[in-house]
Design a protein around this ligand. Structure first.
Ligand code: IP8
Length: 261
């Protein structure tokens, strides 16, 4: 079974500069690209994971600045807001013919004392076997110590790719890939390839948007250390460019960064 995990960055699906704003035109296009791919290659298995965008990040930031902690009120409200975002995505995907099932992250994932994720992967695997495209997302989850934590879609993507031995992990972001310094700097160079073990010296920036509570590109890469397998193809590319998600799914040449162990 060839498994692909596609992480749709929050800034691809939402306009992160405006709370609760969805990029509807982009979503329609992405849904068509994924649908076209699945029709051409129905034997491939796909998991979609999306970020918090201007829903989750905005809501978490509001609770943190109001109360300083994530309490039960934050838990239930952020979970609801994230489910709302996910349902909107599912509407576009199902309309395009993709058999999406939203697997709410907070009901499948918990964090233990050692900060390890406890994930019900058997459940996810059964959905895959049945031809469903499971969709999960960055969310608030509970810990075995009774605290409430933010789990990023990136963390989830790396973790599932590792545990389910995915063949390909695709990060669709709002930039062309990993740059040597902040992409807006004139001397920033787009790296065609990046090895995670040598990354610390090469990538020094940590770009985030106004209310990003889980960190930017640097964190996305750090999380891959120990999770990437030599057999896993990992790409970071621009999901806002038309056709790029389709090309990445099809293994066609695209502008972006190939991540190596
Ligand atoms: O955008 C964050 O997920 P990410 C999820 O993938 C929340 O980092 C709830 C802020």
């Amino acid at each position: 079974m060839e498994l692909i995990i596609l992480k749709l960055g929050g800034s691809v699906i939402c306009d992160k500069s405006k709370p609760f704003s969805i990029r509807r035109r982009v979503l329609r296009r992405i849904a068509n690209e994924i649908s076209k791919f699945l029709k051409e290659e129905p034997e491939k298995k796909l998991i979609i994971i999306h970020g918090g965008g201007s829903f989750g990040h905005y809501a978490v930031q509001e609770y943190l600045s109001l109360k300083g902690i994530l309490d039960l009120e934050a838990l239930v409200n952020v979970e609801r807001i994230m489910l709302e975002l996910s349902t909107t995505l599912a509407d576009y995907f199902i309309d395009a013919g993709i058999p999406i099932s939203i697997l709410t992250t907070h009901s499948l994932v918990m964090i233990d004392d050692e900060r390890e994720l406890i994930i019900n992967t058997r459940y996810i695997e059964q959905f895959l076997r049945m031809g469903v495209v499971p969709m999960m997302y960055g969310d608030l989850i509970i810990s075995s110590k009774g605290s409430i934590k933010v789990v990023s879609g990136d963390t989830l993507a790396w973790e599932l790719a590792y545990r389910l031995k995915a063949n390909k992990l695709l990060f669709a972001t709002s930039v062309d890939g990993v740059y040597s310094s902040k992409p807006e700097f004139p001397n920033a160079i787009l790296l065609n390839e990046l090895s995670l073990s040598s990354m610390i010296n090469k990538v020094t920036y940590s770009e985030t948007s106004v209310y990003d509570v889980t960190g930017g590109m640097f964190r996305k890469l750090i999380e891959g250390i120990g999770k990437i397998r030599p057999s896993m193809k990992v790409y970071i590319f621009n999901g806002l460019r038309a056709g790029e998600i389709y090309r990445a799914l099809k293994d066609r040449p695209l502008k972006g960064t190939v991540i190596k162990p």
